[in-house]
Design a protein around this ligand. Sequence first.
Ligand SMILES: CC(C)(COP(=O)(O)OP(=O)(O)OC[C@H]1O[C@@H](n2cnc3c(N)ncnc32)[C@H](O)[C@@H]1OP(=O)(O)O)[C@@H](O)C(=O)NCCC(=O)NCCS
Length: 150
Amino acid sequence: MNLRPVTDDDVFRIWRWQQHPDTRLFFRKLAHPTWAEHVYWFAERLNGLQQGVEAWDIIGYAPDGADVGVVNVSVEDDKRMLGIIVAPEHRGKGVGTEAIVAATLKYGGRDKLYAVIHAGNKASLGAFRRAGYKERPELRSGSWLMLVSS
Ligand SMILES: CC(C)(COP(=O)(O)OP(=O)(O)OC[C@H]1O[C@@H](n2cnc3c(N)ncnc32)[C@H](O)[C@@H]1OP(=O)(O)O)[C@@H](O)C(=O)NCCC(=O)NCCS
């Protein structure tokens, strides 16, 4: 498993992963962007113009280093939030758990990382918990749980 920064060449693969019908089921923003909207959003984010985005990495997986997902760290309400998408064809094989561990080691440092996860998103809850994240019940907001790295 390795993490490498997103580049211009990743615009289509991230689009493909985001467009899969299962991917956005538990996103806070449910609507699927158009290709034009995606390209605009991608360029802004890559150029660092989007406020609060600290890191954006592609997950490469051994043995062939295939691109199997994407992680990002962004600041929301003074908290550093970790987000992740695993390519649909690579889900359920431990990739998400391993990538969360790797991203937390790379970007957590002395600070905690947080994740906001819908209570129905069993795969995400499973992956973050298995990676050592713990729920903070006092930070729950309705169906949205807040987990923090240990
Ligand atoms: C959430 C996501 C990143 C998890 O990645 P993954 O590689 O599929 O997760 P893992 O294979 O590491 O699974 C982690 C745990 O969750 C469980 N899990 C995985 N998919 C599951 C599912 N559909 N339902 C219930 N549990 C599931 C696994 O069994 C595993 O638990 P175990 O180790 O106790 O068996 C991936 O499903 C995804 O990209 N989803 C769409 C985007 C998304 O929701 N991102 C998170 C936003 S907070």
